[in-house]
Design a protein around this ligand. Sequence first.
Ligand code: KG4
Ligand code: ZN
Length: 367
Amino acid sequence: MTSVNPDTGKTLTVLGIETSCDETASAVVTGPTDRQVLSNVIRSQIDEHSEFGGVVPEIAARAHIEILDHIVREAMESAGCGWDDIDAVAATAGPGLIGGVIVGFMTAKAIAMAAGKPIIGVNHLEGHALTARLTDDVEFPFLLLLVSGGHSQFLLVRGVGDYERLGTTIDDAIGEAFDKTAKLLGLPYPGGPNVERLAKSGDAARFPLPRPLLDRPNLDMSFAGLKTAVRTQAKKLEPVDDQTVADLCAGFQLAVSDVLAARTRSALALFRERHPDCPPVIVVAGGVAANQQIRSSLLAAAEEAGARFVAPPMSLCTDNAAMIAWAGIENLALGPVDDMQLSPRPRWPLDSENSGVLGSGKKGAKV
Ligand code: KG4
Ligand code: ZN
């Protein structure tokens, strides 16, 4: 199949770079019509951070510096590409841990300048938001539920660059709540997979845990209180035995699943109100989407509402550079981009009109 970009008359090939958290990643992707991931190289820093129970920004930035050039070379080589073969360099310019973002975006600018290619500064959240259009045939508008270590939000994705945040966490991101809950129960980082593993042998009904904010009509969420409720129960029974840890993991996971399913039902109802003529689609992205119980309750909520449920493969759901390259392609397909003057941004809400949930001060919204 020959695929043609209507604007430039050719398929675009973009090199992507992602360094906003604890993955150093680079990828080469083509599109917008002939959608192919030619390479997708990711190096996780989990080993560097695990002894601290979470990501240490300074360690992350240094680790990105040490390895990024090798990762980019590997991505180019395994895609079989030379600099002449790529049309642009796309890199995460925010939001994220600013040290890492600076390393990635400045490296990308240097490559773009040396190779004489345009640079595209990609919003990391836009990368997550548009991934389903790389992996599945998803048309605008659609709903996105982003559930990662840094973000928990429902977004209405109306088009490239056209997002409306419908609801967000007002405190901890869900992955963060999993990680903190795991830590207080003595489980290693990253907490999510460990909580899920232990929850399998736990009794979710043993401890009454809250479903925060579900009495409110909007789509916002809160997870800090749930984590504190786990801590309170654990403290009462100190020293906690293995079965108690498993029961608390199961109770916590069920509470999160219930909250997400309820909010998904409301988000889909809102989608139908806004776009009565469009088939409802909900896309899930972020590391927490790996959780089987959460996935099944989201799928059930979507089926109940007659909506299509799309979960990109896990390797493209968690942080990666293919999504950044793809977001670059989607932007470039709309016309020329030159972000050489753009500065890396620690905070960069996708929806600028609706960004005041956590700290609407000089730096913008946190989540
Ligand atoms: O998207 P991601 O890889 O990185 C960012 O945070 O951007 O997400 C990582 C988060 C961590 O907080 C991790 O604990 C959580 O996703 N996670 C899970 C599971 N696997 C990863 N949470 C719940 N259940 C899981 N199976
Ligand atoms: Zn992410």
